[in-house]
Design a protein around this ligand. Structure first.
Ligand code: PEP
Ligand code: MN
Length: 344
C-alpha cells in the first residue's frame, strides 16, 4: 500500500498519515519526490483498507503496489534517487568512479593506490579489509588494521571510502570507518546482514548475487530500505553462466531493466564482471553507454604482486584511460539527452 499525498500537502499532513500508519501497527516510509511525497507502508501482513486514509487532509489517493518490492520501486518514487557518499552524488548528472585494490595489503600499497586513482579522476576509494575468499587458506584481509589504513588514505586524499562488511559481526566496526558499506555478491541474500545494513547510518553498496534474478536483486535492496536506510546503490558485477572465456558474464542489460523498475542508482563492476584486465576497458565503456551511474574498478599499483584479484586489476595509467574514455561517452550521451530517454 502506498499513500500518495497531493503536491500541496504540508509536513503536518504527512506526519498525521505517518502516525495513523503507526497506530495500525505498521511502519510508514515517507519518500519525497519532485512533485509530491508518497508514503510506503511496510509490516502489514495483508492489504490495508484505503478507506482508512481517504479523508485525511493532503491525501491524493491510496493505491496498492503491484510489485512484490515496494520501497525500491518507481511506483513509490518516480524520480531517480541520488545517494551521497561523503558528499559525492551517485546517480546524479555526473558519472562516478570508485577505484582501488581488491584488498588493502599494507600502508604503502593503499596510499599509492589512493593517490593514483584520485589523480586519474576517481571520487571514491575501494579496498577490502574483510575479504570473502573461496579458500579458507587465501588472504582474508587485514581486518581492523585495513580499515585504519583506509581511513588514513581518506585523510591523505579526501576520497570517500567504500569497503565490505562480510557479516553482522564486523558490521559495526566497518560502519565506523567506511563512508559506504559494501555487501558482496556472496551475501546478497544474507538477510540478517541486509537488515543490519538497513539500520546503518551509512549508504550501502549492494552487489548482485552471482546467480540472482533481477527480482531477487531488488528484493535484497528492499530488505535494506524496509529497515529505514534508503541510501542504497546497486551494483551489477557479473553472473555465472556456462561461458568459460570470462570469470563471470557481465549482464549489462540489467542496468536499463533496473532503471525501469527502480529509482535506485546502479553502477557496474567490470573487474569481477570479466575477471580479465584486458576486458575491463571495453566493458567499462559499454557500462557507461548503457546508462550506469558509475563504475567500481579494481586498480593496483603493482597488480602482479596483488594478494587478491591481481589478474583483473588495472595499472593506474590504464584506469586513467578508462576514466577519460568513459567521460567522453557520458558527455556525448548528455549532449544528446540520451539519459532522459533511459526510462521511456
Ligand atoms: C570485491 O569487490 O572485491 C568482491 C569480492 O566483489 P563480489 O562480492 O562482487 O565478488
Ligand atoms: Mn576483488
Amino acid at each position: 500500500m502506498l499513500i500518495v499525498m497531493t503536491a500541496q500537502a504540508t509536513e503536518a499532513d504527512i506526519e498525521r498519515v505517518c502516525r495513523k500508519i503507526e497506530s495500525l501497527g505498521f511502519r510508514p516510509h515517507p519518500m519525497p519526490g519532485a512533485n509530491r511525497t508518497a508514503i510506503g507502508i511496510t509490516g502489514n501482513p495483508g492489504p490495508v483498507d484505503p478507506a482508512e486514509f481517504e479523508d485525511f487532509p493532503g491525501v491524493a489517493e491510496a493505491i496498492r503496489v503491484s510489485k512484490p518490492y515496494k520501497l525500491v520501486s518507481r511506483e513509490v518514487k518516480a524520480e531517480d534517487s541520488v545517494v551521497r557518499v561523503k558528499g559525492v552524488p551517485v546517480g546524479g548528472e555526473e558519472i562516478v568512479f570508485c577505484a582501488g585494490p581488491c584488498s588493502v595489503e599494507n600502508r604503502e600499497q593503499i596510499l599509492e593506490a589512493a593517490h593514483a586513482v584520485k589523480a586519474a579522476g576517481a571520487q571514491l576509494l575501494r579496498g577490502g579489509a574483510y575479504k570473502p575468499r573461496t579458500s579458507p587458506y587465501a588472504f582474508q584481509g587485514l581486518g581492523e588494521e585495513g580499515l585504519k589504513l583506509l581511513a588514513e588514505a581518506r585523510e591523505a586524499t579526501g576520497l570517500g571510502i567504500v569497503t565490505e562488511s562480510i557479516d553482522v559481526e564486523v558490521f559495526d566496526m566497518v560502519e565506523d570507518y567506511a563512508d559506504c558499506v559494501q555487501i558482496g555478491a556472496r551475501n546478497m541474500q544474507n538477510f540478517s546482514l541486509l537488515r543490519r545494513a538497513g539500520r546503518a547510518k551509512k549508504p550501502i553498496l549492494l552487489k548482485r548475487g552471482m546467480s540472482s534474478t533481477l527480482e531477487e536483486f531488488l528484493m535484497a535492496a528492499e530488505y535494506i530500505l524496509s529497515e529505514g536506510n534508503y541510501n542504497v546503490i546497486l551494483c551489477e558485477r557479473g553472473v555465472r553462466t556456462f561461458t568459460d572465456h570470462s570469470r563471470n558474464t557481465l549482464d549489462l542489460s540489467v542496468v536499463p531493466a533496473v532503471q525501469k523498475l527502480s529509482h535506485l542508482p546502479i553502477i557496474v563492476d567490470p573487474s569481477h564482471g570479466t575477471g580479465k584486465r584486458e576486458r575491463v576497458h571495453p566493458m567499462s565503456l559499454a557500462a557507461i553507454a548503457c546508462g550506469a551511474a558509475g563504475l567500481i574498478v579494481e586498480v593496483h599499483p603493482a597488480p602482479e604482486h596483488a594478494l587478491s584479484d591481481g589478474h583483473q586489476s588495472l595499472y593506474p595509467d590504464q584506469f586513467a584511460e578508462v576514466v577519460e574514455d568513459c567521460r567522453a561517452i557520458a558527455h556525448l550521451l548528455a549532449h544528446r539527452g540520451a539519459r532522459e530517454h533511459v526510462h521511456a
